[in-house]
Ligand binder design. Structure first.
Ligand code: KG4
Ligand code: ZN
Length: 405
């Protein structure tokens, strides 16, 4: 089959993105217009503002992605767009534009699940990719060993999928998800409550190495959902809306996450240690610095705050790695993927690599720029659908709560 150039469009949350990817593997261009500055004053994404910003950015972003790839509307082979999950109003901007393009250009349109995009980001070949040439070749040659266990860990999701491949297409079984807050949401909420700004993940990532990760202990009970009947081996015995089976049993054990407890524990720690006034002073001081550097954050944090940040990150990393590896053992998987915004986290990467190696389990991540939301991952995930001629009907719509199967 000759090379296929797919234009990907992504607008599910607070990034307007477009990219051109060759045959699901090579990123030719990758443009991401971030809305962080718009949402920063509110400490989180405001859906209404997100839709408006997408509308403003979508045309120039797509044009730039084509220009950087030296492609034209006519030369591309297909258009891929995120159908869900995400903010409905935000998704509709990308979908409407992709439909208009596909209709006007008479090109195939491919609807992609955002979570499948994150998983396929791992397969992309970027020069920034930290993987060794050997690993790149292995992936490029499709010598990937299945089943793959994929942890998708982002601002909206903490999901574990068992992925298998049938001819070209991938199918997924959800074997775990968060019962409350997503991991990235916990990073964002904790940073906000410590006066560190938004988004919290990258700030906490940079501050944590300066603190003592063992200073504050978060008992396992604090990172468990109150109504979860967790078991010692990390399994959960509850039902899940995405689960294909009615019951979680020994053949289909579930590995769920829960991060609302740790956020509450941090809030209690802040209150019981009288840290509020310092938090407010930090919030005000940092808001006046346009782009704070790590030195700025450090200058406005006392040792107790940095230790709290380091301890929080350690607890999150240990929980994510522990449960994921327990799931990998239970399902006897051959390969592990870790992807989504939180997969950019240094300590998470290092811990997964170290602990995976102990079990002889190959662990793959996307490059750090491709861990967070982008459209290259959407174009990559569209490629097997392009090969299978699995095209979207022109009347398909956004699916805010779309499940991955
Ligand atoms: O995948 P993503 O860009 O958007 C969603 O689909 O949610 O993920 C964004 C999330 C945010 O919660 C952000 O704080 C978190 O990923 N994040 C990180 C890091 N970079 C982004 N969390 C921890 N460490 C990081 N380096
Ligand atoms: Zn995402």
């Amino acid at each position: 089959m000759p090379d296929a150039y797919i234009l990907g469009i992504e607008s599910s949350c607070d990034e307007t993105a477009a990219a051109v990817v060759r045959s699901g593997e090579q990123v030719i261009s990758n443009v991401v217009a971030s809305q962080i500055a718009t949402h920063q004053p509110y400490g989180g994404v405001v859906p209404e503002l997100a839709s408006r910003e997408h509308l403003r950015a979508i045309v120039p972003v797509v044009r730039q992605a084509l220009a950087e790839a030296t492609q034209t509307y006519d030369s591309i082979d297909a258009i891929a767009v995120t159908q869900g999950p995400g903010l409905a109003g935000a998704l509709l901007v990308g979908i409407s534009y992709a439909k208009a393009l596909a209709f006007a250009l008479d090109k195939p349109l491919i609807a992609v699940n955002h979570l499948e995009g994150h998983i396929h980001a791992v397969l992309l070949d970027l020069s920034q990719n930290h993987l060794s040439q050997n690993e790149e070749q292995q992936k490029g040659n499709h010598e990937l060993q299945f089943p793959v266990l994929a942890l998708v860990v982002s601002g909206g999701h903490t999901h574990l999928y068992l992925a298998t491949q049938n001819r070209q297409s991938w199918t997924y079984e959800n074997i775990g998800h968060t019962r409350d807050d997503a991991a990235g949401e916990a990073f964002d909420k904790v940073a906000k409550l410590l006066g560190l700004g938004y988004p919290g993940g990258p700030v906490i990532d940079r501050l944590a190495p300066h603190g003592n990760p063992n200073a504050v202990k978060f008992p396992a009970a604090q990172i468990k959902h109150a109504d979860r009947r967790g078991r010692k081996d990390g399994r959960s015995v509850e039902l899940d809306s995405e689960s294909n089976s009615d019951h979680s049993n020994n053949d289909h054990p579930r590995f769920d996450f829960s991060y609302s407890g740790i956020k509450t524990a941090i809030l209690r720690y802040v209150e019981s240690h009288d840290m509020r006034p310092a938090v407010e002073a930090r919030r005000t001081a940092l808001a006046e610095i346009p782009k704070p550097r790590v030195e700025d954050y450090l200058a406005h944090c006392d040792a107790r705050t940095i230790d709290l940040v380091a301890s929080f990150q350690r607890a999150m990393v240990d929980d994510l790695v522990g449960k994921t590896l327990a799931a990998a053992r239970a399902y006897d998987v051959a390969t592990l993927f870790v992807t989504g915004g939180v997969a950019a986290n240094q300590e998470l990467r290092q811990t997964f690599e170290r602990e995976g190696a102990k079990e002889g389990l190959p662990v793959h991540f996307p490059s750090r720029p491709l861990s967070t939301d982008n459209a290259a991952m959407i174009a990559a995930a569209a490629f097997p659908k392009f090969q299978a001629k699995d095209f979207a009907a022109i009347d398909f719509s956004a699916e805010a709560g779309m499940a991955l199967r």
